[in-house]
Design a binder for this molecule. Structure first.
Ligand code: COA
Length: 369
C-alpha cells in the first residue's frame, strides 16, 4: 500500500500523514501513547530497553530467543564502538554532547559493522558515555557486554556498576522515550532514508534534529529552571516573570498532546519508585510545585490551549536523580530514541518510496516576458 503524502494544507503542516507505521501511535486528545502495540504505562517498568528494541525491530511476539539475540547484538555494538573511539577525530572534544554524538556517529559506516539497528544503537550509548567522561576530564570506560544496555550505559558514564533500582529506572526512561510517532527527528531520519541513503546518515540527521530545545534539548534547561526557582514558594512569581518577558517555560506544552503528556506520568512514577528504593530524588517535590504553578499560569494566559507538562519535565528530574549531569540529558534521550529512529528507518526502507512534501510559494511573481 502506498503511504499517503497529502499536499500542504492551509494553516500548517500538522496532521499531514507522511507514512504508515506499525511502530507507535500518539493520541494527543486522549493522552495515550502506544508503542508496538503496548501502552507506554504498561511497557515502561515491565520491559527492558532491549525488549522494546526487539518489539520495534520486528519481533512483535514474545519470543525470548529473539530478545536475547537483540540484547547480544546491542552489546556487540557497544564493544565494537569502544574499539572505534581512537578513530573518531576530535568528535569527543566537542563542547556539546549532541555535537559530539553527531560527529562520532558520522564516522561510522555499514562496512565497519554498523549496518544494523542493534549495532548502531549500542554504539550511540558508548559515544554518549565516552563524551561525558572526556568532558569530565576522565577516560572512557569500556562496556561490559554481560550487562543490560541501561545498566551498562550508567556504568560507562559513572564508572561504577549501578544498583538494580537505578538500572531499572533508566530502563524505564529509555523504554518511555524509545519511540513517539512522527516527531521531528524521526521524520528527519525517514526523509534521509527515503532518498535511498543509509542507516548511519539517517541517524546523523535525527541527532541534529533532536538537539534543538523545542524537541529534545529541553531537559537541561528544565533543571536550570528548577535551580533558578529554588523553592516552591518562588515558583509562581518566577513563572509569571518569564511569561511576561515573552519566554517559554521549558518542559511545558506539546505540539500534539492536548492533555498532560502520558510519558510525564510514567517518568514521575519511575522517580517515585526510585525514591521508595532509598535513592535521593532531590528535586521531585520542587518539580511538582513548579509544574502546578506553570500549569496554572499557562492556563490563565492560554485558556483555549492546554499547555501541560511534557516528557522533558520529568526527564530532568529522573535523570538528575540518577546522578547524570544535565549536559548528558539530551544525549541520553538519543540513546533511547535510537530504538525508534532505526526502526522507522528500516520501515521507510521497506516502502522504497521517496518522501517529498510540498511548499507553498509566497514570494513575488513577475509577469512572463
Ligand atoms: N511556555 C510558554 N508559552 C508557551 C509554551 C511554553 N512552554 N508552549 C506554548 N506556548 C504558547 C505559544 O507561545 C503560543 O502563544 P501565542 O498563541 O500567544 O503565540 C501558544 O502557547 C500556543 O502554542 P503552540 O503554537 O500551539 O505550541 P507549539 O505546538 O508551537 O509548541 C512546543 C510546542 C513543545 C514547541 C512548545 O510548547 C514549547 O516550546 N515548549 C517548551 C519547550 C519544550 O518543552 N520542548 C520539549 C517538547 S517535548
Amino acid at each position: 500500500m502506498a503511504p499517503a503524502t497529502s499536499a500542504v494544507r492551509e494553516g500548517g503542516l500538522e496532521g499531514i500523514i507522511v507514512a504508515d507505521t506499525r511502530l507507535s501511535e500518539v493520541d494527543g486528545e486522549g493522552g495515550r501513547l502506544v508503542i508496538a502495540g503496548y501502552d507506554v504505562e504498561d511497557l515502561a517498568g515491565s520491559a527492558t530497553f532491549e525488549d522494546a528494541c526487539a518489539l520495534l525491530w520486528g519481533s512483535l511476539g514474545d519470543a525470548k530467543g529473539e530478545r536475547e539475540r537483540v540484547a547480544r547484538e546491542v552489546a556487540a555494538g557497544r564493544v565494537l564502538a569502544f574499539g572505534r573511539l581512537p578513530r573518531l577525530g576530535d568528535a569527543l572534544e566537542r563542547e556539546e554532547g549532541m555535537d559530539a554524538l553527531r560527529a562520532a556517529v558520522a564516522h561510522l559506516s555499514e562496512r565497519d559493522g554498523f549496518a544494523s539497528p542493534a549495532r548502531l544503537t549500542g554504539a550511540v550509548a558508548v559515544f554518549a558515555s565516552a563524551w561525558a567522561r572526556v568532558r569530565a576530564g576522565a577516560s572512557p570506560v569500556a562496556p561490559d557486554p554481560s550487562l543490560g544496555h541501561a545498566a551498562d550505559y550508567l556504568r560507562m558514564v559513572q564508572d561504577r556498576k549501578p544498583d538494580p533500582a537505578r538500572a531499572t529506572a533508566l530502563d524505564a526512561y529509555l523504554v518511555t522515550v524509545a519511540d513517539h510517532g512522527m516527531n521531528a527527528s524521526t521524520f528527519a531520519a525517514r526523509v534521509v532514508r527515503s532518498t535511498g541513503s543509509d542507516l548511519v546518515s539517517s541517524v546523523v540527521a535525527a541527532i541534529g534534529a533532536l538537539k534543538g530545545p523545542l524537541h529534545g534539548g529541553a531537559p537541561g534547561p528544565v533543571l536550570d529552571m528548577l535551580d533558578s526557582i529554588g523553592t516552591p514558594e518562588r515558583a509562581a512569581s518566577w513563572i509569571e516573570g518569564e511569561l511576561a518577558a515573552g519566554r517559554r517555560i521549558m518542559g511545558m506544552g506539546h505540539r500534539v498532546y492536548r492533555v498532560r503528556d502520558p510519558r510525564a506520568a510514567v517518568l514521575e512514577r519511575a522517580t517515585l519508585e526510585l525514591q521508595r528504593s532509598g535513592v535521593s530524588t532531590g528535586r521531585l517535590e520542587l518539580a511538582c510545585a513548579i509544574e502546578r504553578a506553570a500549569e496554572g499560569a499557562l492556563a490563565a494566559r492560554h485558556p483555549d490551549r492546554a499547555l501541560r507538562a511534557n516528557v522533558e519535565f520529568y526527564t530532568a528530574v529522573l535523570l538528575d536523580a540518577l546522578g547524570l549531569d544535565r549536559t548528558c540529558f539530551t544525549p541520553t534521550f538519543a540513546v533511547g530514541r535510537m530504538a525508534g529512529w532505526t526502526a522507522h528507518v528500516e520501515e521507510q526502507r521497506a516502502t522504497g518510496r521517496l518522501i517529498r512534501p510540498s511548499s507553498r510559494y509566497v514570494g513575488p511573481r513577475r509577469a512572463r516576458a
